[in-house]
Design a protein. Structure first.
Length: 202
C-alpha cells in the first residue's frame, strides 16, 4: 500500500504510477528495481492531472521541489500506449476481439463493450445498442495498425476476458489525459517501439 501524492489516499501499488525526480523534473518509473526516493500517484486522470499541473504536490514524498512534469507526461503517454497495444494483442490472440461490421452485429450478444474513434459513430452505436458501453478512443485506427497490422473501420468489439476491464480503464485514462493533447505541446506520434514490434501480431 502506498499514498497518492495527489488525493492523499492509500492504495495498492497496482493502482498507482510511481515516479521520481531528476534535475527538478518528474520522471515516470516503470521498473521496480529503481532505488532512491520516489512518489506515487493514482491511475486516475484527476490525480494525474493535479500532479502534472502542480508538481510541487510531490514534495512530501520526494523531499525536493519539482518544477516541471513535461518529461513525465511524455513517458506516461508512451507507457500507456504500449500497455494498451500489448493488452490489445493479448485480447486478439485469446479470440475475444471481433472486427468488421457484420461480425460485430452477429456477436453483439457476447460483447462486453465497443470501441470507436469517431464521436458521431459512438452516438449511433449507443442508440443502436443501448445496453452496451461504447468507449471513444480517437487513436483506434493507429492502435489497430501498430499492434495488429490491420486496417479498421474504427469499431472494435471486446468480449469478456480477465484483461478486458483493465483494457477499458486504460483507454478511458488515455482519452481523458491525451485525446485533446491537453498537457503537452507535442502531437501524439506513432510509437512503433521495439517492444511493440516484437509483440505485434503479424
Amino acid at each position: 500500500m502506498r499514498f497518492c501524492v495527489s488525493c492523499k489516499k492509500r492504495r495498492p501499488v497496482a493502482q498507482l504510477f510511481r515516479f521520481n525526480l531528476e534535475n527538478a523534473e518528474l520522471r515516470l518509473l516503470t521498473s521496480s528495481q529503481t532505488s532512491g526516493r520516489s512518489g506515487w500517484v493514482c491511475k486516475i486522470h484527476t490525480c494525474i492531472a493535479n500532479l502534472i499541473n502542480n508538481p510541487k504536490c510531490s514534495y512530501r514524498s520526494l523531499r525536493e521541489k519539482a518544477r516541471c512534469a513535461k518529461t513525465f507526461v511524455k513517458e506516461l503517454q508512451k507507457h500507456l500506449f504500449e500497455r494498451i497495444c500489448s493488452t490489445l494483442i493479448q485480447l486478439y490472440r485469446s479470440g475475444t476481439i471481433t472486427l468488421g461490421k457484420n461480425n460485430i452485429i452477429q456477436n453483439i450478444d457476447k460483447t462486453l463493450f465497443l470501441v470507436t474513434h469517431n464521436r458521431s459513430k459512438q452516438t449511433l452505436l449507443k442508440d443502436r445498442f443501448s445496453n452496451i458501453d461504447v468507449v471513444l478512443f480517437k487513436e483506434t485506427p493507429k492502435l489497430m495498425s501498430i499492434a495488429l497490422h490491420k486496417r479498421s473501420n474504427g469499431v472494435i468489439s471486446i468480449q469478456p476476458h480477465k484483461e478486458a476491464v483493465h483494457f477499458k480503464e486504460m483507454l478511458l485514462l488515455w482519452s481523458k489525459l491525451f485525446c485533446n493533447d491537453h498537457f503537452t505541446e507535442n502531437k501524439i506520434q506513432p510509437l512503433p517501439t521495439e517492444m511493440l514490434i516484437q509483440g505485434s501480431v503479424v
